[in-house]
Design a protein around this ligand. Structure first.
Ligand SMILES: Cc1ncc(C[n+]2csc(CCOP(=O)(O)OP(=O)(O)O)c2C)c(N)n1
Length: 379
């Protein structure tokens, strides 16, 4: 296994000590170091991978150095545009060292949302004319040397593809202060218990959907009112907007995370424009972290989602700091036809034995559509 400290140090010594991107659990030992305050490199968290490519390009413009952009292969999809139309050799020809977590690698058990991207990643890299190598834990320095040399000579991107288990855990300790804020799962459980029985839930990717699924099981409720957005990080809110324009008048709850909301923050504007008078409650569970991929900080500590929502045309904005305030807010919201944001502050953490949905995404889609057609959940 590669010691992440050695890896970062090695890159920094070679002049590539500038990192930006979105985390992946595949290399969480590496990302844990980024916000540890360790010296010798610079790290800028991003809102999404497309933006990270822009940041990297700008850094190169001002320094001539080779920036590093890290991402899960899901997020690699988001870099296709800035790669093909910004950094590619046909356009500005700029070097970028990409670190790509390989989820869904063929032959290795993974979740359905990673299957296709995992399968096509090598071909996709080839199609995009991005040279790449699968990072070899026994020969990683040579991999890095070759990658940087290529970037430098060709003024082009190079990808280091990272398998699960290649990086060791980070020795950096999580410095999060002890918090009395509620856990995401507690918030979700209260929400499920106090929402109308015909409410539709569109939950974001990661542990939010996994917890919602298990809460339904625990409370012996049907899953058919839930759409578990297992991939497409940031799209739960836009899916909900589309659902709200169907032939029904059911209340809709978006269960969002701060990382996901930041990733597609433009959807606040789309909801503000097209989601008013639609019975939509956008519940944003803000734990200031990408908890599902290892708890790396998001940018939310300096963001006011409330003011963003107000500025985008949401009709009501509420904030809760504990479960009592959360329930009070839910009571105040009622079932009225309007677009509301409810930010709930939360602490990081989840059960170690948290499972995953036992039904497939296709079954989920069929049951959800049937529930909308019938006006109620059919189990
Ligand atoms: C485009 C894309 N980039 C990265 C990921 C990996 N990923 C899955 S969940 C997650 C964190 C989500 O954070 P947040 O929305 O704040 O929810 P939390 O996990 O904290 O509940 C990330 C980075 C992904 N699925 N898709």
């Amino acid at each position: 296994m590669i010691n992440p400290i050695d890896f970062i140090q090695y890159l920094a010594d070679k002049g590539s000590g500038f990192f930006t991107g979105i985390p992946d659990s595949t290399f969480k030992g590496l990302t844990a170091l980024f916000d540890s305050g360790a010296a010798g490199f610079v790290h800028l968290g991003a809102s999404n991978e497309c933006e990270a490519m822009g940041i990297a390009a700008g850094y190169h413009l001002s320094t001539g150095r080779i920036p590093v952009v890290y991402m899960q292969n899901s997020g690699f999809g988001k870099t296709v545009n800035p790669y093909t139309s910004l950094t590619a050799r046909d356009v500005y020809s700029m070097p970028v060292l990409m670190i790509i977590g390989w989820r869904g690698e063929p032959g290795i058990k993974d979740e359905p949302q990673h299957k296709m991207m995992g399968r096509i990643l090598p071909d996709l890299l080839r199609t995009l004319e991005i040279e790449s190598v699968v990072l070899d834990p026994d020969d990683w320095m040579q991999n890095v040397d070759m990658a940087l040399d290529y970037c430098r000579r060709q003024n082009a991107a190079f990808a280091l593809v990272v398998r699960s288990g290649v990086f060791a855990e980070s020795p950096a300790k999580d410095k999060a202060p002890v918090s009395t804020l509620p856990l995401r799962e507690e918030i979700l459980e209260r929400l499920v218990q106090s929402s109308p029985t015909d409410a539709l839930f569109i939950s974001t990717t990661g542990k939010t959907s996994r917890e919602l699924y298990e809460i339904r099981d625990r409370l012996q409720m049907s899953h058919a009112n839930d759409f578990y957005t297992v991939g497409s990080m940031g799209c739960a809110s836009s899916i909900a907007l589309g659902v709200s324009h169907g032939d029904h008048n059911r209340p809709i709850f978006i269960l969002d995370g701060d990382g996901a909301a930041l990733m597609q923050m433009g959807t606040f504007a789309a909801l503000g424009k097209h989601g008013q008078d639609r019975k939509i409650t956008h519940v944003l569970i803000d734990n200031q972290a990408h908890e599902s991929t290892g708890g790396q900080p998001t940018l939310s500590s300096t963001v006011s989602f409330q003011r963003i929502a107000e500025g985008c045309g949401y009709q009501a904005v509420l904030v809760a700091n504990n479960l009592q305030e959360f329930e009070d807010c839910l009571g105040r919201i009622g079932g009225n036809d309007s677009l509301k944001l409810l930010v709930v502050r939360s602490r990081k953490g989840s059960r170690p034995d948290l499972g995953r949905p036992k039904t497939s995404p296709i079954e989920n889609r069929i049951n959800f559509m049937e529930s909308i057609r019938n006006g109620q959940a059919v189990s």
